[in-house]
Ligand binder design. Structure first.
Ligand code: 2HG
Ligand code: ZN
Length: 485
């Protein structure tokens, strides 16, 4: 194999596009015009892609043929799912081909007895959840973009979401994978075994590799019993230390059946109430912090599918916490529609932040027990650096993953504020690092966090990553320039 520099300098064979069209079909090779936009524009408008073409293969053999063809022409590939990532992992430059898996969207099998399902990589996450539910099973990965993100992208980026506390991270939900490698071979690791202790765990190498080691084309996913009842509560709290205490108490009180424990700052909740139509704050007074709590159960005890038993446990846990001064107020949803509205409050704060002007985003994790200290120190550091900046923190408290976002001072120029992105990142990431945390807990690295990789990853890890990349993709065909600084 020739090296990357040689590949980049060699002009692509003029008939590359013809050959790609022959592989995927004319209709499924997008080369220009408005049709490119869904693949080249990303949701938040932070990046814009250029590309030679977008290829939309129909099955793994076509993916393999596209990879072989591009590799032979010295053209690199950007694998892409629903294009909902936030770190620029699916962003392409003019010389590249985007390979989007949208057409590979079949649910291949749901096996309720084995608690497993096999899907193609382009399945929309919400459709995966629905297919599992249709067989009385539960696929727990759940995140804001689930109506448009693809499961292959979720796996390639190890995207997290709001159920990690109970069901584990995305990589924990995978039993097997199929992937196309940089040399066009198809790796078939699509088994549904719970135990298979034979050799290196290749699937875990690919999950979270952001398309740099192989293109995930199909997956066998782990399913769970479908929850029959759920209790959704919103608590008002004085500080993050109280939220931490409440988290522990409710894990105990519910026999560890909490699936979600999300922390939201007052500014985040109030901004959702202000900007999102129909959104209300169900608590009587204002609180500095709020927690959205979901518990679910498959235990059918009692005449109502277990609902009152689980509700009883949660009510008792919340009442004790109130008596002990841990929480200031709480409400439990009385109906499924109220429950849905409470969950929407958390979902809406992401969109609501856009109405507060420019925002600088963070996605850090620290040990769960260190969240209060992280929040305290970060808040103070931001206020010192920019007194009128408005910290807008929220996140997956149960996983120690806080989006310590910052909204611009109201009277500051938006761009002048956004120009502070890097120094603000540095400040927040330093504190997370000092507390033994990560600068990217769920959104990955892409191109946005390459500097942080250099700064915070230990040199041995970085050297191993480079070796693994060279071993699997010596020609730098797959998503070059992403993840590895
Ligand atoms: C969430 O938790 C997402 O809602 C988005 O990870 C976070 O936009 C963000 O900062
Ligand atoms: Zn998140």
């Amino acid at each position: 194999m020739e090296d990357t520099a040689q590949m980049k300098n060699r002009p692509a064979a003029p008939d590359l596009l013809e050959r790609l069209a022959r592989i995927v079909g004319d209709k499924h090779l997008v080369t220009g015009g408005d049709k490119l936009r869904p693949y080249t524009e990303e949701l938040r408008g932070r990046y814009h892609s250029e590309c030679r073409a977008v290829a939309l293969p129909a099955h793994s053999a076509q993916v393999a043929a596209v990879v072989e063809c591009c590799a032979a022409a010295g053209v690199s590939i950007v694998p892409q799912g629903g294009n909902t990532g936030t770190m620029g992992g699916a962003v392409a430059h003019a010389g590249q081909v985007i390979l989007n898996l949208a057409r590979m969207n079949r649910v291949l099998e749901v096996d309720p007895v084995n608690y497993a399902m096999r899907v193609e990589a382009g399945c929309i996450l919400a459709n995966v959840q629905a297919a599992a539910a249709a067989h009385g099973r539960f696929f727990p990965l759940s995140l804001g973009a689930q109506g448009s993100c693809q499961i292959g992208g979720n796996l390639a980026t190890n995207a997290g979401g709001i159920n990690v506390l109970r069901y584990g991270n995305t990589r924990d939900l995978v039993l097997g994978l199929e992937a196309v490698l940089a040399d066009g071979r198809i790796w078939d690791g699509l088994n549904s075994l719970r135990k298979n202790n034979t050799g290196y765990d290749l699937k875990n190498l690919l999950v979270g590799s952001e398309g740099t080691l192989g293109i995930i084309t199909a997956a066998t996913l782990k399913l769970f019993p479908a929850p029959l009842c759920r209790v959704v509560a919103l608590a008002g709290l004085a500080d993050a230390a109280a939220a931490l205490a409440l988290l522990g108490r409710l894990r105990d009180a519910s026999s560890d059946r909490l699936s979600t424990f999300e922390l939201m700052s007052d500014i985040a909740v109030q901004s959702a109430v202000k900007h999102i139509a129909g959104q209300t704050d169900p608590l009587r007074g204002r609180h500095r912090w709020y927690a959205l709590i979901v518990a679910d159960s498959t235990n059918q005890e009692g005449g109502d599918g277990g609902q009152s038993a689980l509700r009883g446990e949660m009510e008792a846990g919340l009442a004790r916490a109130m008596d002990d001064g841990v929480l200031q107020d709480a409400v439990i949803a009385d109906s499924e529609s109220q429950a849905r509205r409470l969950v929407l409050l958390r979902e809406n704060i992401v969109e609501a932040q856009q109405f507060e002007g420019g925002s600088i985003k963070h996605d850090v994790s620290v040990p769960v027990a260190s969240v209060p200290e992280f929040i305290r120190r970060t808040h103070a550091a931001i206020k010192k650096a920019m007194p009128h900046a408005r910290p807008y923190p929220y996140g997956h408290m149960g996983d120690g993953n806080i989006h310590f976002n910052i909204s611009q001072p109201p009277d500051m120029d938006r761009q002048a504020f956004l120009d502070q992105w890097r120094p603000m990142n540095r400040l927040v990431h330093e504190i997370a690092h000092q507390l033994g945390g990560s600068f990217s807990a769920e959104h990955g690295v892409g191109i946005t966090k390459l500097e942080e990789m250099k700064r915070y990853k230990d040199p041995v890890s970085l050297a191993l990553y480079r070796r693994i990349k060279r071993a699997l993709d010596p020609g730098d065909v797959l998503n070059p320039g992403k993840l590895n600084p």
